[in-house]
Design a protein. Structure first.
Length: 214
């Protein structure tokens, strides 16, 4: 369900049955409209920034950044990502990227991890040095990505299937993360299932971002 669909549904309910609804229900519907309006605003901002990056209209900074504050800021922006742990190797603590774009990359990756994982499951962010690059892996304990879907997850508007149903969302979160990562001079990849999880549980997914070390 997209934010616009949710906004329309709540607004139509208020319009058609508002007088018959109790105060708590009306308050919940109004809160839903506010929340989904904020989601839509952020979504449109992401789309605008992605277009500006791809057309070269946006000046992308390549600053030396401390990684941990960027990750902490991203976690704070994803309400259900509070179970996220951060482990950064000493030689992977700094990298070169645009701070605004990089934070949004991790917001999108965390949002994706939360969306496809059981409530309360753990998300782990691990950063290590790989030659002249810093590799930052966002690992979840979710439903994983099917073998046929794996090459397509960063395609614009692609949404994986859950059985006979298409996954919720716009299909743009990971494609935006890819565009912003590449604008910062980096690369992004996905692995599923996770090799470190038990075979009898959820397969999980690892999304790895590689950027120039500083």
């Amino acid at each position: 369900r997209t934010p616009l669909t949710a906004i329309r549904g709540a607004a139509e309910t208020l319009s058609s049955a508002g007088a018959a609804l109790d105060e708590a229900t009306r308050a919940d519907l109004l809160a839903s409209i506010t929340q989904d309006t904020q989601r839509m605003t952020k979504f449109l901002a992401n789309i605008t920034d992605m277009a500006r990056v791809e057309t070269g209209e946006m000046v992308v900074k390549r600053e030396i950044l401390d990684l941990e504050p960027i990750l902490e800021a991203a976690i704070a922006r994803v309400p259900d990502a509070y179970h996220t742990s951060i482990n950064i190797a000493p030689d992977a603590a700094r990298l070169r990227a645009d701070p605004t774009l990089l934070e949004q990359v991790f917001v999108n990756l965390l949002d994706n991890a939360v969306k496809f994982s059981p409530a309360g499951s753990r998300i782990a962010i691990n950063a290590r040095r790989e030659g002249d690059r810093v590799a930052v892996a966002v690992a979840d304990e979710g439903i994983g990505i099917g073998r046929d879907d794996l090459p397509l997850v960063f395609d614009r508007f692609f949404r994986a299937r859950r059985g006979d149903r298409v996954a919720p969302g716009t299909g743009l979160g990971l494609s935006i993360a890819k565009a912003f990562t590449e604008a910062c001079g980096g690369s992004i990849s996905a692995t599923s299932p996770r090799p470190d999880l038990p075979a009898d549980g959820e397969p999980g997914t690892i999304i790895q971002v590689r950027l120039e070390a500083a």
